[in-house]
Design a protein around this ligand. Structure first.
Ligand code: 8X3
Length: 245
């Protein structure tokens, strides 16, 4: 049975992808900070729950120890946005936190699991980027910078892995309506979170991204999908969103 690690598995795209991969035949190590949630998910899909904060080196080392010597797929999904301050007045702690979870977290987990991915003989890394990692927008500064970091790390690692049996993909979603992404960005303010999707007929949902990731992972191992950008039909570009208000 192929094996997969999904970080940030407790909700949203992570949880949906863990379910999708399990349905595709993977044994999924569901990693996230919230113990009850990863336990419930792992029980539901017959996987393994691992309580792990991706920014904590000790917990990441424990994740790698749980996974063991061989791993087929790593989804670096843990991440997120905090705030919409302009660069001029952005909160430095928010920027640090975004860099820490999106970039350093991805780095730590990748470093810890790379030996097992190589050992599998046909490893796959999928990094959750964003359209924000390719096209800046006002008020997105800290998140835009962090996701540009994820995109750059993905490209760099692909160059460095050349000749070894590990492929690497960036998935770059635009507007995806999940339970927590916008709520986390706006510190739990539901009206501001809802406004992100106001009038948008069908934002993407977590299952749309999970479907794409599962497709990437199940291509023949010589096929490397470098980058996949996914946006809802209503979003022609980062700034160009059709709203029916
Ligand atoms: C999510 C897309 O536009 O909120 O990564 O930055 S956006």
């Amino acid at each position: 049975m192929p094996t997969a690690v999904v970080t940030g598995a407790s909700s949203g795209i992570g949880a949906a992808t863990a379910r999708s991969l399990a349905a595709a035949g993977y044994h999924v190590f569901c990693a996230a900070r919230r113990r009850d949630r990863v336990r419930a998910l792992a029980t539901e899909i017959g996987g393994t729950a691992v309580v792990c904060d991706v920014t904590d080196e000790v917990q990441v080392a424990a994740l790698a120890a749980t996974v063991g010597s061989s791993l087929d797929l790593l989804l670096n999904n843990a991440g997120g946005a905090i705030g919409t301050d302009p660069v001029e007045s952005g909160d430095v702690d928010d920027w640090r936190r975004m860099y820490e979870v999106n970039v350093i977290g991805t780095l730590l987990v990748t470093q810890a699991l790379l030996p097992a991915l190589v050992a599998s003989g046909a490893g796959t890394i999928v990094n959750l980027g964003s359209t924000a990692g390719h096209v800046p927008y006002e008020g997105g500064g800290g998140y835009v910078s962090a996701k540009h970091g994820v995109a750059a790390m993905t490209e760099t690692l692909r160059l460095e892995l050349n000749g070894r049996p590990v492929r690497i993909t960036e998935i770059a979603p635009g507007m995806v309506r999940t339970d927590e992404f916008a709520l986390n960005r706006f510190a739990g303010d539901e009206s501001r979170a809802d406004a992100v999707y106001a009038g948008v007929r069908e934002p993407l949902v977590a299952e749309d991204i999970a479907d794409a990731i599962t497709w990437v992972a199940t291509r023949p191992s010589h096929v490397n999908i470098d980058l996949m950008v996914l946006k809802p039909l209503a979003q022609a570009a980062a700034h160009k969103v059709h709203r029916e208000l």
